[in-house]
Ligand binder design. Sequence first.
Ligand code: COA
Length: 304
Amino acid sequence: LPERPLAAYENFFRFVLVDDVRDVKVITIRRPEALNALHDELTDEILAVISRSEADPGVRGFVITGYGNRAFSAGADIGRFPKMLGDAEAAAQYARDCSRLLLHIDRMNKPVVAALNGMALGGGLELALRCHGIVALRGASLSFPEILLGIVPGLGAMVVPYRRWPKAAQKFHGMVLRGETMSATTARDLGMLDGLADECAGMIEAAVARVHALHGGVQPPHDGAVAIPAPQLGEAVSASGQKLSVEVADILRQAVVEAAAAPTFNAALEIGYRAFGRSACTAAAREGIDAFLQRRPPDFSKTG
Ligand code: COA
């Protein structure tokens, strides 16, 4: 028979693994059945691991990686989307709520380094881009597929990469507006990654070394506007030739321009949350998300 109260047996992490490597907490996102897609319970577990050891002088910082060899994370859990479609305020609030972990990382003094063991998509990439450093396996890839779902990436994709690496703005335009994929080697060449590794153990070692190198030197996100070329809409067609929603592409274009001009980092994020809310009210969002959940290609030809 159990000797302790039931709650004592329920006190374990369900969606992450935690390892200690050379004074660094290595947090592994573990939802392989959904390619490590993120939901609130999972990101709250990451936040709990960080909060528990942040003040511990024996912990130098954190690494976040993904379980398995396919994905760091396939982004936000699309199964949770249908309930906020059609309500701009609820969807914007959903984006704010999903950002708890990201906003916490923004305020941290100890470094968090993402180790991309495979695909980093959508919200998964938004998490990685908020970390203070990123390393990756050579075969990893980065993309924002939200436009293929008829929505915009609302947790910082329209803000953070542009502010951190403004010279690569044209590449980011292609990623957010056309769903283009960026290889880890291109990301490294653009200065986004701190290192590439050929296998997992080497990647974790590089991430831990990066935490040690960043220790004591973590900077908060910069405020102020950033000068970038405005995205050109052109034809609303994805990199793979799929027709996209003109309405959603326009919401995205406007948000990128407004966020770049925003006076503070948080004001820019807020523009992203609201744009996500607007996109969630389009016919394209309903079609894109239904299509994903029904495992069929979306048809945006009648959605505007
Ligand atoms: N949310 C919820 N579940 C997801 C997911 C996500 N973001 N990404 C993948 N999954 C699930 C799939 O539904 C599938 O579950 P099932 O086996 O119960 O049907 C499982 O993970 C494996 O994915 P699957 O699509 O079968 O693998 P694949 O190799 O054919 O395709 C991807 C891989 C990444 C191309 C495809 O899963 C995908 O497009 N995912 C969505 C990515 C995305 O748009 N992310 C941004 C979200 S805002």
